[in-house]
Design a protein around this ligand. Sequence first.
Ligand code: PAF
Length: 282
Amino acid sequence: MNIITTVKEMHNTIIEQKQQGKTVGFVPTMGYLHEGHQQLLMNARAQNDIVVLSIFVNPTQFGPNEDFDTYPRDMDRDEKIAAEAGVDYIFFPTVQEMYHDEPSVSVRVKSRTDVLCGRKRPGHFDGVATVLTKLFNIIAPDKAYFGMKDAQQVAVVDALVRDFNFNIQLVPVETVREENGLAKSSRNVYLLEEERDQAKELYKSLELAREQIQKGSRNPVEIVKLMTEYIEGHTSGQIDYIEIYSYPELSPLKHLTGKIIIALAVKFTRARLIDNMTLTIN
Ligand code: PAF
């Protein structure tokens, strides 16, 4: 496994590999790798000749009051995880290498961002789209892997790939869950003991929604009400949102049809958990 820190070396390495007919799978991350990332790497390893992992804490996707400076970093641990997952190259540039002094151009995402978590993080997805545009140009992967835990990010990347004509296959990867259904997240450690047990109810509320839809309900207001009552009755968490949209467009629906996403965010004492389910209704 090689660690590459410059854009030029990364790009030239990929060109050499592609000239030899190798396919490239790419897993973009901000490091501090967890099981979700390992799942992405496993998929990339199984489906490509070369696997590139980027580790870059991207300043342009953090708001002024967000935790860019304190975002957790642990390169030694990440290197071990990457080596075990069979990564060929880690792209690990500095902020200066990626953005130089004062970039003149950035990407603005016009839709899919003013709902769910994006509503509270103005500019966040512009930063994500900007850095991914750069990374996609540098690494030119055949396939890029993203976790469905952050389904809104997947929806934005879907639009980016389509609108900017990237010749890349976006591969969404299912959320990794505990046996009881709780979506794995580095934030789960912040749950108090009694909350840890309650947190599994978030996925149960999504399953309840799915059952209602399978029984024939097509009214999003009714489903959101059912989920709200369930979460309020089974947890001490404060609901931040429960929303249902078409997917990946993230447009509101009056009548549930086609591919949809049911997404929620719930605040516990020290952790805010998100989860979602996508369904196709014929
Ligand atoms: O999901 C992340 O870790 C980041 O948003 C990404 C895709 C690596 C872009 O910085």
